[in-house]
Design a protein around this ligand. Structure first.
Ligand code: NAP
Length: 290
């Protein structure tokens, strides 16, 4: 069993990006600039935005965090996005989700200039992804594909079972893995909360991607020998022995699954860091595209 080390892989990619940024700046170019919008005080959202800001500093990007109170109106938020769209110094914009319930997330995502949409959530970019055209790929699926590639894991002709059908993970992954491309060329099955007898599908899988947000859902007896296992799940479990007061749990029961797997991602240190670095890749692409 080989650990798919997202931390080491993302560190390597960050060094490559940092080198590119250095060269751009030495030639008199502008540092790539990522802006992040954070609404409210959700603990997990603040942590994720903090990771993104830290990664920007590591690769030499400029970053700007725009914090707004929970009560901000949808119109005010849309106005701020309009300003950022018009600001030539900013290359990429992300809006940390989820947003408060009085704000329509779709309206907010639609307001982002597709050329600055480094999360790859704008319908125009989603459409381009569906068609296999150049675009910003959503960071988590993109990071997973990159991790598989970095470890030389073939996807062509493989059966990939994805558990979860969200617009940010499960469905884009299913699309990308089914494209006539490398990585891609998979036979894809998507499972979700209405799927009956999930283990019937997972036991046939060459590659399983668990993205449902249910700790230790995938157990050893649901997996066949030699399968590649990618654990996307991150759930905070209260734990008083930890300084933060919680520990992170994945969707895979590592104890029972790892010894059957050929490759497996850990939580933390697997998909999480690959997601962050993919956002950096997209931001560099946005800056270079200008
Ligand atoms: P989401 O929007 O809540 O979607 C969860 C999906 O899992 C839904 O499609 C749901 O089915 C399905 N599901 C839930 N319980 C299930 C069950 N018992 N059996 C089968 N399917 C089930 O979640 P998400 O945003 O995709 O995130 C999934 C997990 O990944 C979360 O833990 C999240 O924190 C984590 N995540 C990690 C990263 C990272 O960088 N590592 C990035 C994004 C998300 P229905 O559609 O039928 O409701």
């Amino acid at each position: 069993m080989i650990i798919l080390d997202g931390k080491a892989t993302s560190d390597k990619i960050k060094l490559e990006i940092a080198q590119t940024v250095k060269e751009i700046v030495e030639k008199g170019g502008k540092r790539p600039h990522l802006a992040a919008i954070l609404v409210g005080n959700d603990g997990a959202s603040q942590t994720y935005v903090g990771h993104k800001e830290r990664a920007c500093a590591q690769v030499g990007f400029k970053s700007t965090l725009l914090r707004f109170p929970q009560e901000i109106t949808q119109q005010e938020l849309l106005d701020r996005i309009k300003e950022i769209n018009a600001n030539d110094d900013i290359d990429g914009l992300i809006v940390q989700l989820p947003l408060p319930s009085h704000i329509d997330e779709d309206a907010v995502i639609n307001a982002i200039d597709p050329k600055k949409d480094v999360d790859g959530f704008h319908p125009e970019n989603v459409g381009r992804m569906m068609l296999g055209l150049p675009t910003f790929l959503p960071a988590t699926p993109y990071g997973i594909l990159r991790l598989l590639s970095e470890y030389g894991i073939q996807t062509k002709g493989k059966h990939c079972v994805i558990i979860g059908r969200s617009n940010i993970v499960g469905r884009p992954l299913a699309n990308l893995l089914s494209l006539k491309d490398e990585p891609g060329d998979c036979t894809v099955t998507i499972c979700h909360s209405r799927t009956k007898n999930i283990e019937y599908f997972t036991r046939q899988a060459d590659i399983i991607i668990a993205a449902l947000g249910s700790p230790s859902f995938l157990k050893g007896d649901m997996v066949r020998e030699g399968a590649v296992i990618v654990d996307v799940g991150i759930t905070r479990i209260p734990d008083e022995t930890k300084k933060a007061g919680f520990r992170l749990a994945g969707d895979v029961d590592f104890e029972t699954v790892a010894h059957k797997a050929s490759y497996i991602t850990p939580v933390p240190g697997g998909v999480g860091p690959m997601t962050i670095v993919s956002l950096m890749v997209n931001t560099l692409k946005a800056a270079e595209g200008k």
